[in-house]
Design a protein around this ligand. Structure first.
Ligand code: C2E
Ligand code: CA
Ligand code: CA
Length: 712
């Protein structure tokens, strides 16, 4: 057995990696053949020279020395060496301090990772040298102990101090003949075990990689050096990735190798790959993945003529929560949303995060429409339960738009675009639902986008202003207050009224910003009019669903009143039934808080929605506002009159006041006054006016209207 008496020195010189021993100042005390080979120098050119002489970049030396001082080792820095011919050799290296009794030495393991040319050149050289060395080594076989000429330490010590595993195995049976101490750390098994059970290491190779590893050794040409990566499974079950650089030494009948544990960098690499295709917050596949997956699915769907559905899911009120509660809460909600969506889907569906609060779900191999409807309702259903984040409940819903392949589009871009369009439609139809794409929706979406843009510009250039429409008390025929109404005075859209832009602002979340503006202006204006006026005048503000879903709404509201030193009777709120019905429980609580603080609430647009007196009786509401459609159509339709009469009677029976809006003529006013309506509002009395017009009227004590005095 030729290798029985191999010295550590022989092994070192046959290693495919370059090994150096330096003194504390960087002078080279020892270098193996691989080092000479790598840089094209002869031994005498290298020994006793400083390492700086061979480095292409000196800075790496300093940073490496710093690491050594700090932690005793330095790993895997890309290091550029200078070849004798002037070319650059790229390497990775690991450096370690070895302390003997008196001195410090630095042990360096260098792996050449230069381009293929360099590898080939090295390969040729190593082939030649391996053959040369085979002869030389044979001569060493019988010598007992080799004198160590260059280093002040035993080379066996060197081998065991190297972080990488150095080993050689039989080139036929792959049984172990030598392995350095580092094996214990990496394999988690005592070094002796490998010697006693020479096949142990093979058994530890991860089952999936074993065949690949075996065929690697079978095909490794005599004299050549190659790298192979495989995994091992440690006794504790941990999987580790190994990078092995191996030379086949035919005359010694050995494979000699150096093994790096690259698990950490492999994990980083996996991580990088994962991140490229996944969203880091929710861990769902991302846009990049979506695109590629859709292309794959389309190819498949085309070949086997299967249908495919793209679902565009958007959270209905997320932006508002995110803006008002902070991004951390928003992030936690998104994570929970992602996990609920994933759980709701069957495994062949793909759920991806498209961006922000948008998710795209792909369904392939669809048999019939029920599959899609089932999936869509499961997805909507994910939002039935509130999201509990840090002891706080958040109510969120989702709108889903669905496009189909091949009916609606043939490309991924268009399928997504159409699903997006259908999603807008779902929002328009009242949120928390799903809608299939239809070509007629495109016009709607374009209009939506145009308005969204006008709103953004309006915010940016201060085109928004607040107008105030007088509210007349029937009994005294006097102005009692005003309703604050938002106006967008955009030069390119002079006639864009709030009934058009408010729903868009609600859908996009811009309403949050606009509401703040409305509230600030209202408070400011309330102060102005009440300073001028002898009697107290209230201002009614319209509250959007978004605002009311904020559990802190009342507190914020009251804090603002306080700040502006306004009494709670100065401001009233108007809410529509749908705002209340969106979340009846939360709304009831908010309304109770408002009532306790002395703030009156009116139910807007009454008669157009649920209009159930049953729930109305339970709500702390002081006024109902009969919708203008009933008033305007008062004399066209008898039914309208019956409705107004019934609503007024019932409201009064429940001790609520009644406001009628849409009073456009003296006939309207007369009729409503006869019915006992408490407050009148409408163009007949006054349109909404800019603040200045109102201030001038109040200052001049001019009435806003002409109404007959009440019969005394
Ligand atoms: P609304 O709360 O029902 O407001 C009353 C609407 O009726 C106003 O329309 C007002 O100008 C209009 N109106 C008043 N008298 C008459 C009349 O005699 N005849 C007719 N045909 N219309 C009359 P406007 O200002 O266009 O507002 C439309 C809707 O936009 C409002 O309906 C309200 O829902 C929303 N809105 C307006 N300002 C705000 C706001 O600051 N915040 C929120 N959240 N919504 C607002
Ligand atoms: Ca209103
Ligand atoms: Ca109304």
């Amino acid at each position: 057995m030729a290798y029985a008496s191999l010295s550590a020195d022989d092994v070192l010189d046959n290693l495919p990696d370059a090994i150096l021993v330096l003194d504390g100042l960087g002078n080279i005390e020892f270098a193996n053949h691989a080092f000479f080979r790598m840089l094209g120098y002869a031994e005498e050119d290298v020994l006793n020279r400083n390492i700086l002489h061979f480095l292409a970049d000196d800075a790496i030396f300093d940073s490496c020395m710093m690491d050594l001082k700090k932690q005793g080792y330095c790993l895997d820095q890309e290091t550029l060496f200078l070849h004798k011919d002037g070319s650059i050799v790229t390497t990775i290296k690991s450096v370690r301090m070895i302390d003997t009794a008196e001195e410090h030495h630095i042990l360096v393991n260098i792996r050449n990772i230069s381009d293929i040319d360099t590898l080939n050149r090295e390969l040729d050289l190593s082939k030649r040298e391996a053959l040369e060395q085979a002869g030389a080594l044979a001569a060493l076989v019988d010598s007992k102990e080799k004198e160590l000429t260059h280093a002040k330490m035993q080379l066996d010590e060197v081998l065991s101090a190297i972080n990488e595993i150095i080993w050689y195995i039989d080139d036929k049976t792959l049984t172990v003949h030598y392995v350095s101490n580092a094996v214990e750390l990496v394999f988690g098994v005592d070094k002796l075990a490998f010697i006693q059970q020479p096949r142990l290491w093979q058994e530890m190779v991860y089952a999936d990689d074993r065949q690949m590893m075996e065929s690697f050794f079978q095909t490794l040409q005599p004299g050549s050096t190659q790298t192979v990566e495989f995994r091992i499974e440690r006794p504790d079950g941990e999987i580790r990735w190994l990078n092995n650089r191996i030379i086949h030494h035919p005359s010694m009948e050995l494979f000699i190798g150096v093994t790096f544990d690259i698990t950490d960098s492999k994990n980083t690499q996996d991580m990088i790959e994962f991140l490229a295709y996944h969203d880091s917050l929710t861990k769902l596949p991302n846009r990049v993945y979506l695109k590629e997956e859709m292309e794959r699915m389309l190819v498949r769907a085309n070949t086997i003529s299967h249908a495919m559905a793209v679902m565009f899911l958007d959270l209905d009120n997320f932006k508002y929560i995110n803006d008002s509660m902070g991004h951390e809460i928003g992030d936690e909600i998104l994570i929970e949303v992602a996990s609920r969506l994933n759980d709701a889907l069957e495994h062949k569906a793909v759920c991806t995060r498209f961006g922000g609060d948008e998710f795209i779900i792909l369904l392939s191999d669809i048999q019939d429409m029920c599959d899609i409807e089932y999936a869509a309702s499961r997805l909507n259903g994910c939002f039935e339960k509130p999201f509990l984040i840090r002891d706080h409940e958040y109510f969120i819903s989702s709108s889903i738009g669905i496009s189909l392949f091949p009916q609606h589009a043939a490309t991924s871009t268009n399928l997504i675009k159409h699903a997006d369009t259908a999603m807008y439609q779902a929002k328009k139809e009242g949120k928390n639902r799903y809608t299939f794409y239809d070509a007629s929706m495109d016009a709607y979406v374009n209009e939506f986008l145009r308005i969204e843009n006008l709103i953004r510009e309006g915010i940016k250039y201060n085109y928004f202003s607040l107008y105030f429409q007088p509210l007349i008390e029937a009994s005294s025929r006097k102005v009692k207050g005003f309703e604050a109404l938002l106006r967008l005075e955009h030069p390119e859209a002079a006639d864009l009224g709030p009934e058009k832009f408010i729903p868009v602002a609600e859908a996009t979340g811009d309403i949050v910003h606009l509401s703040e503006f409305v509230f600030k202006e209202t408070c400011r204006f309330s102060k102005q009019i009440n300073t001028l006026s002898d009697t107290e005048l209230f201002i009614a503000v319209n509250i959007s669903a978004r605002q009311f879903q904020d559990a802190n709404f009342t507190q914020t509201f009251l804090a603002c009143l306080n700040e502006n030193e306004l009494s709670s009777s100065a401001i009233r709120v108007e809410l529509t039934e749908s705002v209340i019905m969106d979340n009846l429980e939360l709304a009831t609580e908010q309304l109770n808080q408002l009532k306790n603080a002395g703030i009156q609430a009116a139910l807007d647009d009454f008669g157009t929605g649920y209009s159930s007196f049953e729930y109305l009786a339970k709500l702390p509401i002081s006024t109902i506002k009969i919708d203008k459609s009933f008033v305007i159509g008062l004399f066209e339709n008898e039914q309208n009159r019956h409705i107004i009469e019934a609503m007024t009677t019932l409201a009064h029976a429940m001790s609520m006041k009644v406001t009628a809006e849409g009073v456009e003529s003296s006939e309207h006013a007369e009729y409503l006054l006869k019915q006992g309506v408490d407050i009148l509002q409408g163009f007949y009395i006054s349109k909404a006016l800019p603040p200045n017009a109102i201030l001038q009227n109040i200052a001049a004590k001019r009435p806003f209207f002409e109404l007959e005095e009440p019969a005394s």
